[in-house]
Design a protein around this ligand. Structure first.
Ligand code: ADP
Length: 191
């Protein structure tokens, strides 16, 4: 079992790299952003509540995303391992994830943080906004707020994994394939 957290600010490339990693390492991709967007699309009560928060670029409450992840873990008991993408985003979420995994006899092996320059993040997100219908990618102020929220609540999550000796920094600038090579190497070296 290989359980990894792919970490980094909005626009760092977590989703893109996850898609490649699930194939190479045969993992199940758990993206809270994707799960929340599916709930919005299906107009569930949770989705309707979440949409108001997400469109402003703020964080959905911890108990909501923890509940979503807990359900996914239960639904994929046969998985060979998980990639957590966009979760944990707060230290409360990180602690709760450890508790949930622990109760199943599992743990996080590695936390890989994609490091990308601020201007490059803005560029990538605005570009994604042109190609997708994500309202939170359409507006520079919302994007700046998401990066600010990352700095205020999420960045410290790295310290949680550093304290456990599980943190690896990954240079997140360059081509998709170059970055994928760096991530793959970090996983292979860990194994
Ligand atoms: P990005 O790749 O831009 O970081 P995501 O798709 O991961 O975006 O998430 C989109 C939005 O969904 C976030 O801005 C936030 O509002 C909400 N969200 C996703 N994951 C979490 C989480 N773990 N905790 C709180 N809110 C979350």
């Amino acid at each position: 079992m290989l359980n990894v957290v792919l970490f980094g600010p909005p626009g760092a490339g977590k989703g893109t790299q996850s898609e490649k990693l699930i194939e190479k390492f045969n993992l199940k991709h758990l993206s809270t952003g994707d799960i929340l967007r599916a709930a919005i699309k299906n107009q569930t009560p949770l989705g309707l509540e979440a949409k108001k928060i997400i469109d402003k670029g703020n964080l959905v409450p911890d108990d909501v995303v923890i509940g979503l992840i807990s359900r996914e873990l239960d639904e994929h008991k046969d998985a060979q391992g998980f990639i957590f993408d966009g979760f944990p985003r707060t230290t409360v979420q990180a602690k709760e994830l450890d508790t949930m995994l622990d109760s199943k006899g599992l743990h996080i092996n590695l936390m890989m943080a994609l490091e990308v320059e601020h201007q490059e993040l803005i560029k990538r997100l605005l570009n994604r906004g042109l190609q997708s219908a994500r309202p939170d990618d359409q507006n520079v102020e919302i994007i700046e707020n998401r990066i600010k929220v990352y700095g205020e609540y999420t960045k410290v999550v790295a310290d949680y994994y550093k304290a456990q000796g599980k943190f690896v920094s990954i240079h997140g600038m360059g081509t998709i394939d170059e970055i994928f090579e760096r991530i793959s190497k970090a996983i292979t070296e860990h194994k």
